[in-house]
Design a protein around this ligand. Structure first.
Ligand SMILES: Nc1ncnc2c1ncn2[C@@H]1O[C@H](COP(=O)(O)OP(=O)(O)OP(=O)(O)O)[C@@H](O)[C@H]1O
Length: 227
């Protein structure tokens, strides 16, 4: 089976800084769920940004058969819109658009995601929001009026709509209470399994690790050894 993500000798450093990431080899198959952990500052969010083509690696990273380092910025934007769903740590929602508009905004730049919808866009958005237990009274509200935990669920619905092959989640449960966390994880796993999506999930929550088929641990680089 073709790998969904193939990493070989991936190295990355921010300008003027020492090397942050060096991953010798990592291969993820379609449908795999991987949990990425590591101390604060070890480069977890940076790695997610590389996988999504937000940051550019010099080589060593192939996603869905595409060497992202060879794509122009525009082509990487297109690739991300068509094949990825991303739950950002800070959500990146559009504050004055409604909840439903935020969820369907993921479809605007991707005819491919629109073609993969099993129903009308607003119906699919409503289904996802209902699964995530977001009250219907909020669906037409501007998103800035929602609590942080509610906004996190809107961000998840936006990432899942259109059945992307790769779903990336950066600490997506940090603002959720126990009940909503369980509903969220259930929906995320259920949707990813149904559509065969690979899930790359960063979290500091050790209670979630056992739910994943793979765990990748990033070392704390440049750590000063104890005297
Ligand atoms: N855009 C950027 N430009 C320069 N340096 C950056 C940039 N983004 C992150 N860094 C640096 O890269 C390092 C790793 O940051 P990153 O956010 O990837 O870590 P992390 O493991 O996700 O941390 P946390 O668990 O605290 O979210 C940090 O030292 C950070 O300052």
């Amino acid at each position: 089976m073709t790998a969904l993500i193939a990493i070989e000798d991936l190295r990355f450093a921010w300008p003027g800084q020492p090397e942050l990431l060096h991953i010798e080899r990592l291969t993820l198959a379609p449908g795999e769920r991987v949990f990425i952990k590591g101390p604060s500052g070890s480069g977890k969010s940076t790695l997610l940004g590389l996988l999504a083509g937000i940051h550019r690696a010099r080589g060593g990273l192939v996603v869905l058969g595409q060497d992202l380092s060879r794509l122009s910025n525009r082509a990487r934007d297109r690739f991300r819109a068509d094949h990825l769903g991303y739950i950002f740590q800070q959500f990146n929602l559009l504050p004055f658009l409604s909840v439903l508009e935020n969820v369907t905004s993921a479809l605007i730049f991707s005819p491919r995601k629109r073609a993969r919808l099993p129903a009308l866009a607003h119906q699919e958005a409503e289904r996802l929001l209902a699964e995530l237990q977001l009250p219907t009274s909020l669906w037409h509200q501007p998103v800035h009026r929602l609590s942080i935990g509610q906004q996190q669920r809107v961000a998840a619905a936006r990432a899942l709509i259109g059945r992307p092959e790769l779903v990336i989640a950066d600490e997506p449960t940090s603002a959720l209470d126990t009940d909503n966390r369980a509903a969220f994880i259930e929906l995320l796993f259920g949707e990813c399994a149904q559509q065969g999506s690979t899930l790359v999930f960063v979290s500091h929550d050790p209670g979630l690790e056992s739910l994943f088929s793979r765990v990748v641990s990033l070392p704390e680089l440049n750590k000063v050894p104890p005297c």
